[in-house]
Design a protein around this ligand. Structure first.
Ligand code: BTX
Length: 322
C-alpha cells in the first residue's frame, strides 16, 4: 500500500492528491493513509501535507530501496525481485543463502551498509552507510565450471559502460575485477560460485561502488587509491539510477554471453573498456610473479602478457599496472 501511494504521488509531482481520493482509490481509511505518509516521510521523502488540499511529493531521497530501483527499471529478470536491507555483514553471504533456498536468477540483494564487506582473497571491502552501492545478484548460468570467472569480466564491461554513461567520464577496467577512473578504484567485483557434483548451481555476483563519498570519507589506508562517482562528476548522484543502468547493461551482456557460451562475443567490448592492455603489468599468480606488457585477452578471459621469455597467459591473479 505504501508503495502504491508513493507511485501515485510520484506520478503527480505538480498536484496535491486529496486524502479522500487516496481513500477511494485504494479503499483504505484516512488514518491508514496518514500512517503510510508518515512512514514515507521518515524514510526521507519530503511530502507536503496541506489541509483541504492533500499530499504532494516534493523531493525524493537517495535510497536504494526496491521502490526506488524498480521505478522505471527496464529489465526482464535482473533486479525484478529485490531484497533491501539497512545493514548486513555481506550482501554476497545473504544472496548465497537465498540462492541455496531456491531464489531465481536475477534476485538482487542490496544494503545501505555492510559490516563485513569482502573483497577477493579475504580482503575487506569498505562499505559505509548511505553513500555507496553494495549489491549482489543471484545468477544461475548453464555454463561449464571453468567459464565462471568470465562472469566477472562480463560484469566489468557492464559496470564500466554504465559508469561511463552516468558520469560522462571514461571508466576503465583493470583486469580482472576493478573499475577505475584515472587509475583510482571506484568499484570492485567479487564473483563466488556454488556447485554440486561438478555443476554450477548458482553464481553470486557482488558489486561494490563508491558513489557519494568525498575523499575524507575513505579510511586512510585507501585514500590514495580510491575514488567515488561524486569525486569524478563533482556532484552527488542518486544511487538507484546507477543500479538501474548497471542491471540493464548487465542483463543484455549476460544474455548474449550465456547464449553464445563464450566470452569471445564480449571480448571486443571488454577491450574497448580496458585500461590494462598496452600497459606494463606485474601479476602475482600461483606460479609466481609474471611481469611484462599486457597485450591481449584471450577467448577464455585470460590476460596475455608479453614477457622477456615470450607470451604467457594469466588466468587468475592480482595485478599491478604501471
Ligand atoms: P579486491 O580484493 O580486488 O579489493 C579489495 C581491496 O580494495 C582492499 O584490500 C582495499 O585495498 C581496497 N578497498 C577496500 N574497500 C574499498 C572501497 N570502498 N573502494 C576502493 N577500494 C577499496 C574487490 O576486491 C571486490 C569487492 C566486492 C565488494 C562487493 S560489495 C557487495 C558484495 N558483498 C561483498 O561482501 N562484497 C561484494
Amino acid at each position: 500500500m505504501k508503495e502504491q501511494i508513493l507511485k501515485l504521488l510520484r506520478a503527480n509531482p505538480d498536484n496535491y492528491i486529496s486524502g479522500e481520493e487516496i481513500c477511494r482509490r485504494f479503499d483504505v481509511s484516512r488514518t491508514a493513509i496518514w500512517k503510510h505518509i508518515k512512514d514515507l516521510q521518515e524514510e526521507g521523502y519530503q511530502i507536503d501535507a496541506v489541509r483541504n488540499k492533500g499530499y504532494r511529493l516534493v523531493s525524493i531521497p537517495d535510497l536504494v530501496t526496491a521502490a526506488e530501483i524498480l521505478e522505471g527499471l527496464q529489465t526482464k529478470r535482473m533486479g525484478q525481485h529485490i531484497v533491501h536491507l539497512k545493514v548486513v555483514d555481506s550482501t554476497n553471504v545473504v544472496a548465497a543463502k537465498l540462492a541455496d533456498e531456491g531464489e531465481p536468477e536475477g534476485t538482487l540483494v542490496i544494503s545501505d551498509q555492510q559490516t563485513g564487506g569482502k573483497g577477493r582473497r579475504g580482503r575487506p571491502w569498505f562499505s559505509p552507510p548511505g553513500t555507496g552501492i553494495w549489491m549482489s545478484l543471484v545468477l544461475r548460468p548453464q555454463l561449464p565450471m571453468a567459464h565462471a570467472p568470465q562472469l566477472t569480466l562480463v560484469a566489468a564491461v557492464a559496470v564500466s559502460q554504465a559508469l561511463t554513461e552516468v558520469t560522462g567520464s571514461q571508466a576503465g577496467i583493470k583486469w580482472p575485477n576493478d573499475i577505475l577512473f584515472d587509475d583510482r578504484k571506484c568499484c570492485g567485483i567479487l564473483t563466488e560460485m556454488n556447485m554440486e557434483s561438478e555443476e554450477i548451481t548458482s553464481v553470486i555476483l557482488g558489486i561494490g561502488i563508491n558513489v557519494n563519498q568525498v575523499r575524507s570519507d575513505f579510511p586512510e589506508e585507501i585514500q590514495g587509491i580510491a575514488t567515488s562517482l561524486r569525486e569524478i562528476t563533482g556532484h552527488p548522484i542518486p544511487r538507484a539510477s546507477v543500479v538501474q543502468r548497471i542491471l540493464e547493461k548487465f542483463e543484455t551482456l549476460y544474455d548474449q554471453y550465456v547464449e553464445n557460451g563464450s566470452f569471445a562475443c564480449i571480448r571486443d567490448q571488454w577491450k574497448k573498456q580496458s585500461i590494462t592492455l598496452g600497459r606494463h603489468v606485474s601479476a602475482a599468480t600461483s606460479r609466481g610473479i609474471i611481469t611484462g606488457v599486457a597485450v591481449d585477452i584471450d577467448e577464455m578471459g585470460a590476460l596475455v602478457v608479453e614477457t622477456e621469455q615470450g607470451q604467457q597467459k594469466v588466468y587468475s591473479a592480482d595485478i599491478q599496472v604501471s
